[in-house]
Design a protein around this ligand. Structure first.
Ligand SMILES: *Cc1c(COP(=O)(O)O)cnc(C)c1O
Length: 341
């Protein structure tokens, strides 16, 4: 038995998902002729109450496309300093769009309207890059799986309207927030100009992401996706996995959250842990006691068949997911008990 908690992206398709993929009706999506991709895009647009959606090979490409369609070179976007678009998309914001990031220090990756307002550059002040876009992340990745208070999102939307800024949501793990809060995706659709989502994380698909927004924006996104090399052919096989996951895997995410909470309680009792970042969904980040070396700790755990991720600065991350079974969970909790002081 190997317990792999480095990410929820390691999940593999179930037999039932593979069967759904095998049975998919497909065509050439570059000609918009793939019925299953078309079905997924319509389903997603309806789900968020938005006009259109576009299927993507990765969340990074969906986010980068959103940034490209909202901005012009030389402009600036505002995001949290932990955000994925800034930290983990290879510098694509500048490479693809020629845009800079104004970074704010939020709470577990979440920023507020009050923080954003003074960071907006007035269009008259021509010395500074014009602010064009605000990017939020829900749930947060580097922030430890935290989700937004919906009232704060509404305040940020009002601020963006006032300053004529676009509002993009990196919703790679929005599913986790929706399951946890019971909020309606339709409410999200009303607040954001564009939303990206990932199917290849907790939902358990092998590949796939999407961008949702107005018809006008998705028409622009279609061209940018082509330019970025993301036009795919019989991608209906992948879209079938996404449709299957939405129907059959979505509500299971709650089980991942319950396991992460149990691990939080256990880790808090462990002598080798100095701090556990509050757990909200399926991501758990903790800091090691000062005398411990993170690399060594990760190796020691690997020797016990438990894979965790070192984030640097003595921080360790683990992510629960649908392939982390009850049996594995009990085994890991037993291992941790050996470290209770
Ligand atoms: C995983 C993730 C993405 C997209 O990553 P890909 O590996 O490109 O699919 C985007 N944003 C956040 C917050 C993520 O966690």
């Amino acid at each position: 038995m190997e317990v792999n908690l480095i990410s929820d992206t390691i999940t593999k398709p179930s037999t039932a998902m593979l069967e759904a993929m095998q049975q998919a009706r497909v065509g050439d999506d570059v000609f918009k002729d793939d019925p299953t991709v078309n079905q997924l895009e319509e389903t997603l647009a309806d789900y968020f109450g938005m006009e259109a959606a576009l299927f993507f090979p990765s969340g990074t490409m969906a986010n980068q496309t959103a940034i490209k369609i909202h901005t012009q070179p030389g402009e600036q976007l505002i995001c949290d300093h932990y955000s994925h678009v800034f930290n983990y998309e290879g510098g694509g914001v500048s490479f693809n769009s020629g845009v800079s990031c104004k970074l704010l220090e939020g709470d577990q990756g979440r920023i507020t309207a009050r923080q954003i307002e003074p960071a907006i550059h007035s269009p008259e002040f021509y010395h500074s890059p014009p602010t064009r876009l605000v990017c939020l992340e829900n749930t947060t990745n580097k922030g430890g799986g935290a989700f937004y208070d919906f009232e704060e999102i509404k305040k940020i939307r009002a601020l963006c309207d006032q300053h004529e800024l676009g509002l993009h949501l990196d919703g790679a793990r929005l599913w986790n927030a929706l399951v946890e809060t019971q909020e309606s995706p339709l409410d999200y659709g009303k607040q954001f100009d564009t939303i990206s989502v990932c199917f290849s994380k907790g939902l358990g698909c092998p590949v796939g992401s999407a961008l949702v927004g107005s018809k006008e924006l998705m028409n622009k996104a279609l061209r940018i996706r082509k330019v970025f090399g993301g036009g795919m052919r019989q991608s209906g096989y992948l879209a079938a996995a996404a449709l299957f996951a939405l129907e059959h895997h979505f509500s299971d995410l709650k089980k991942d959250h319950i396991k992460a909470k149990a691990l939080e309680s256990a880790l808090k009792k462990c002598s080798f842990v100095s701090e556990v970042v509050p757990v909200h969904t399926n991501i758990l980040i903790f800091s090691l006691a000062e005398e411990l070396n993170a690399q060594q700790f990760v190796q020691d755990m690997a020797a016990r068949k438990i894979r965790l991720l070192s984030l640097g600065e003595g921080k360790i991350r683990l992510v629960t997911h649908r392939d982390y079974t009850d049996e594995q969970h009990h085994y890991f909790l037993e291992i941790l008990k050996q470290f209770y002081s």
